[in-house]
Design a protein around this ligand. Structure first.
Ligand SMILES: Cc1ncc(C[n+]2csc(CCOP(=O)(O)OP(=O)(O)O)c2C)c(N)n1
Ligand SMILES: [Mg+2]
Length: 574
């Protein structure tokens, strides 16, 4: 539609769509509502990814933002639909992912009259978003859209909720309105600021003279796209570990990469033998790392007496759990500045230590691999999850995206997938670790990068939250591979109970479910795998398919990952 025509009879819905177009939005996760907006949107180059449930839609938007580097937009109706956005936005809040949720609100004249599906959305989203506002004038739509995008992308990224009364969208632009707004704010980080140069020099001096320095990178490196800078720092001789959210930030085949450190470094973990290397570190650089419970193994793994340096865009995260030299700023710019400052330092200590550091990592990983081998190479029936992930890992390219649901799947993937190039993506719900985000994450990732293979690992419990989205995949042409660990239990739940109480509650076991048949019933592919030698072919077929494939793998309910709190718990050897 010509711009002139648009202006002459445009409504609030057109203004909203135009503002999103200005921010580079081309896809919106929605379910028809607000209808006036979605009817106008195609004229602005915006198409809809139609979810089945709002909670899945919010998770799709989250993964879309993680993978694309763009703000993702999700919409919902007022009332019940809005309530279902809360879990996904809460994940985005905790994981620092920029999502703009546009939520329809009741007609302005009906406000506070017990209108149909009226709810106090400001209160509803208060704890699940960075910002919640209602736009109540057509003349302010662009202002509020820009505020929402700015809030989502500036500083620590996160979700912003914009409430739009439906009559505002229907109102005609009286022609008096003229927007002066030109900015495109749909990418993040919007304002990549660099840390104080004096502190950067201080940090460089500390790192250069450290005997056992260690870098522990978190999800902030992905958000800042700081991959090259991180690998430049590693190239100066600094060993690099990551959190689960940071996995993918660094090539894990580099001799100075430890892999993921945190709460699953028990026997059989890839980096399980490297815990002493973390504990012995004298200077630790944290980058975009929240130092949360799982990442620090309940704050037991990171040493108490080390010097910490912390780069984070959010100054309130710096020093939260470990007092640190404060480098408040963007992870990429912070790392770049640090690399430049280190090049001015005498790096002879680091050079001298480097061979010993590499040997220590190599030996530790070798010992870990020996302990893993029996499980990762196992032909046992029912299958071991370690074997499944090893088969997936063999088929990955740097372009592949691996997604995991919460529970054990996140751990199996974080521990079993090998990152071969900085920037390779592994998407896990580590903000809140809610069950059911795996499949919608996979669909959101596929929407962001349609050419990339997307493989999702999920437990049978978590998958059941979102079976409905199999149909979404088919309808929206988002073919992904879903590998279901069919152990017929709420695994982590049962095992945590066993480890803590020596007994388990009475609902952790499921009746048998044929997940392949569920997929087939939705008109996509379903396969059942009961033997390890069927796996490779099943995965290859699934990756070639142009529709979603569910691979339902019968797995051993006794299999649990090397979570340190499980180590030595005999109740788990049942
Ligand atoms: C929405 C939500 N509900 C409950 C939990 C608690 N929880 C964590 S792991 C788990 C068991 C998950 O079982 P399943 O998805 O089958 O994975 P498995 O551990 O068996 O591989 C539960 C109930 C959660 N993390 N999120
Ligand atoms: Mg299970």
């Amino acid at each position: 539609m010509l711009d002139v025509q648009r202006r002459s009879n445009r409504t609030g819905a057109h203004i909203l769509a135009g503002a999103l177009q200005r921010h580079g939005v081309t896809r919106v996760f929605g379910q028809s509502i607000p209808s006036a907006f979605f009817l106008a949107a195609p004229d602005y180059g915006i198409t809809q990814v139609g979810y089945r449930t709002e909670n899945a839609g919010a998770a799709m938007a989250d993964a879309y933002a993680r993978v694309s580097g763009q703000v993702a937009v999700v919409t919902a109706q007022n009332g019940p639909a809005a309530t279902l956005l809360v879990p996904g936005l809460a994940e985005a809040l905790k994981a620092s992912i920029p999502v703009v949720a546009i939520v329809q609100d009741v007609h302005r004249q009906f406000t506070d009259k017990n209108a149909f599906q009226e709810l106090d959305h400001l209160a509803l989203f208060d704890g699940a978003a960075k910002w919640v506002r209602r736009v109540s004038e057509i003349s302010r739509i662009e202002d509020y859209v820009d505020m929402a995008f700015t809030v989502a992308t500036t500083g620590r990224a996160g979700p912003a909720v914009l409430l739009v009364p439906l009559d505002v969208l229907d109102e005609l632009d009286d022609g008096a309105l003229k927007t002066a707004r030109q900015a495109s704010l749909g990418h993040y980080p919007l304002d990549p600021v660099a840390p104080d140069p004096a502190r950067v020099s201080e940090a460089a001096a500390l790192l250069a003279s450290a005997r056992h320095p260690l870098v522990i990178a978190g999800g902030g490196v992905h958000s800042a796209r700081g991959y090259e800078a991180l690998s430049a720092l590693q190239a100066l001789g600094f060993p690099v570990a990551t959190t689960v959210m940071g996995k993918g930030a660094i090539d894990e085949t580099n001799p100075l990469s430890l892999g993921v450190v945190g709460y699953f470094m028990g026997p059989g973990a890839r980096a399980g033998q490297l815990a002493p290397m973390v504990q012995d570190a004298d200077v630790i650089l944290l980058v975009g790392n929240r130092t949360n419970q799982n990442g620090t193994d309940s704050w037991q793994l990171y040493p108490k007496d080390a010097r910490y340096i912390q780069i984070d865009i959010d100054g309130t995260e710096v020093g939260r759990n470990y007092e640190a030299l404060r480098l408040v700023g963007d992870a990429r710019l912070g790392l770049e500045a640090l690399v430049a400052a280190l090049k001015l330092q005498d790096l002879s200590v680091r050079e001298a230590q480097r061979p010993a550091t590499e040997t220590r990592i190599r030996d530790g990983l070798k010992d870990g691999a020996k302990l893993r081998e029996t499980k990762a190479g196992s032909d046992a029936t029912p299958l071991r999850p370690e074997r499944i992930v090893a088969e997936i890992d063999r088929l990955l390219t740097p372009d592949s995206i691996v997604v995991a649901d919460a529970s054990y799947s996140s751990i199996w993937v974080a521990d079993g997938v090998t990152i071969r190039s900085g920037g390779q993506r592994v998407i896990t719900p580590r903000g809140l670790a809610g069950l059911g985000w795996g499949l919608p994450f996979a669909l959101g990732a596929k929407a962001a990068r349609p050419q990339s293979p997307v493989i999702c690992l999920t437990g049978d419990g978590g998958f059941a939250h979102v079976w409905a989205e199999i149909e979404t995949s088919r309808r929206m042409n988002l073919p992904v591979v879903v590998v279901v660990l069919n152990n017929q239990i709420l695994g982590y739940q049962k095992h945590a109970e066993l480890s803590l109480f020596g007994a388990y509650t009475d609902v952790v076991h499921f009746q048998p479910v044929d997940h392949a048949a569920i997929a087939q019933a939705c008109g996509v592919n379903g396969m059942r795998v009961e033997r390890a030698d069927q796996l490779a072919a099943a995965l290859e077929t699934a990756l070639r398919s142009n529709v979603l494939t569910v691979i339902d793998v019968v797995t051993d309910e006794r299999a649990y990952p090397p979570v340190t709190s499980f180590t030595g718990k005999q109740a788990l050897d049942y």
